[in-house]
Write a protein that binds this ligand. Structure first.
Ligand SMILES: [Zn+2]
Length: 298
């Protein structure tokens, strides 16, 4: 019976078409009893593909991820918390500056003023100058910034009419040392040159300047009318002798060496040729005091 199978297939197809015609025709649907067609259920999804059930409502993530908590600082590095309240309530009382220690009486008030104004008493020194035969006259006090001389003298002649062309502006103390040294120079001139000293050529006495004309250096003794630069010596009947390096063994060298050595008995500072380049052509004489009575006699 080879023909039965196609028949069954045809009958199945016809039934299917008829059902489709019933469902899609509204006219027929009203007359025919409604055959409920349940919607096909979707196949069960495998469990591993099922969406996880939200266990609980999580908070929405914030825009910034949470920062890790910083480690606790050790107590000794922690600034003590300020209590702003008492600070703000503090009244503004200015702290008075510390009281300076009492000044000694002699440096206070009128005593200090007198100390500053009253120059040292030169009466005795001036009397000694006159006895030495020095011609001088007082000058007004010098005050040029740090260059000062409260009682300068204009010295015009030394003993035995030794001339000082242009004069010398000196303190009485230095003028006295200078005059005493000049009497020694006179003795040396008589002994070595056999001619009397008649004058001293000076390079400068009072000059407001630093040492060696250096503006940054410590003030020279010249700035206090306390130094003399001697450039040369004049004699009667003998050529003048300028201060400079002289040929060894010459009478000029003997004279200069001798008077230079004598100067060290009257001045704490004696510089000249050989000391340094700045003193190659003159003797610098001053009486600056140094620590422990040190002298600079070169
Ligand atoms: Zn000098």
């Amino acid at each position: 019976m080879p023909l039965r199978r196609p028949t069954i297939f045809l009958a199945r197809s016809t039934l299917g078409l008829g059902l489709w015609a019933l469902a899609s025709s509204p006219g027929l649907a009203a007359e025919a009893p409604a055959v409920p067609v349940p919607p096909p259920l979707p196949p069960e999804r495998p469990s591993e593909l099922k969406p996880a059930q939200p266990a609980e409502q999580k908070p929405a993530p914030t825009s910034e991820p949470a920062m890790p908590t910083p480690p606790v600082r050790p107590a000794e590095l922690t600034t003590p918390a300020k209590d702003p309240a008492p600070e703000a309530q503090k009244p503004e009382i200015p702290t008075p500056p510390p009281t300076p220690p009492e000044r000694p009486a002699e440096l206070s008030g009128e005593a200090a003023l007198a100390l500053k104004v009253a120059p040292p008493d030169d009466t005795a020194c001036r009397a000694r100058l006159r006895r030495l035969g020095v011609a001088f006259e007082p000058l007004p006090a010098i005050a040029e910034g740090q260059c000062t001389a409260p009682l300068p003298l204009k010295v015009t002649k030394l003993a035995d009419d030794i001339a000082l062309p242009g004069g010398a502006t000196l303190t009485c103390q230095v003028a006295e040392s200078f005059a005493r040294w000049a009497t020694e120079v006179q003795v040396v001139a008589d002994r070595t040159l056999k001619h009397p000293l008649t004058g001293l050529d000076l390079g400068g006495t009072y000059v407001c300047r630093g040492q060696n004309h250096d503006v940054d250096a410590k003030l020279s003794e010249h700035a206090f009318a306390a130094a003399v630069d001697v450039m040369g010596f004049a004699f009667a009947g003998h050529p003048s002798i300028a201060v400079k390096a002289m040929p060894a063994g010459s009478e000029e060298e003997e004279f200069l060496t001798s008077v230079r050595g004598k100067a060290c008995g009257f001045f704490r500072t004696v510089l000249g040729p050989g000391s340094n380049a700045a003193h190659a052509n003159h003797f610098h004489l001053d009486d600056r005091e140094r620590n422990a009575g040190h002298r600079l006699c070169e």
